[in-house]
Write a protein that binds this ligand. Sequence first.
Ligand code: 3NM
Length: 207
Amino acid sequence: MKDKLALYFIMGSQNCPRKDPEEILEQALDAGITMFQFREKGEAALIGHEKRQLAERLQDRCQAYSVPFIVNDDVDLAITIGADGVHIGQGDESMQQVKKRCPAHFIIGVSATNAAEANKAIQDGANYVGVGPIAATRTKIDAKCPIGLSGLREIREQLGDFPIVAIGGINHKNAKAVREAGADGISFISVLTKATDIQEAVNMLKL
Ligand code: 3NM
């Protein structure tokens, strides 16, 4: 699990106003991302058939690179298209329900802002926790107050060896410090969707 979390790219069509999501994902896969989350969310997001079509196109790309394809929130879509897993937030469907409905091999990720939420997710059977926001982000309008590196360190101390991916405001300037503070991996949206050179942007995150 930890290897897969190393470079975890998240994206939906609403994050790509100027470029084709499939093209961005292809370049990100080529550059070496290790996991992908389809997060079609917000006012500009696709719904229904269009959402499913885009999901399947992006899933195809991930399969070509043997990179896990995770669906944000939409458990029905994840099951229907045979995704590799789902990522759910604190306000979403209960973990008990999710676990009951999903195939046993599904990777289940849960968002957490503090150790109590993270511990609950672990007890409920999550495979990893997404911890954040680490720094300020403009990508998620309702993001909570940043927890910083100290917040991440505190959560790591309480979670022992459990897989943690950090999220929110991560870029090439703070990626290394985020790993040093205890994250097994980093997840990111805008640092790639807004990059002019995606290969270079991914390379910078590896440093
Ligand atoms: N979840 P960027 S922050 C999707 O704190 C998401 O749970 C967050 O986008 C959380 O890499 C966030 O552009 C947005 O900051 C991450």
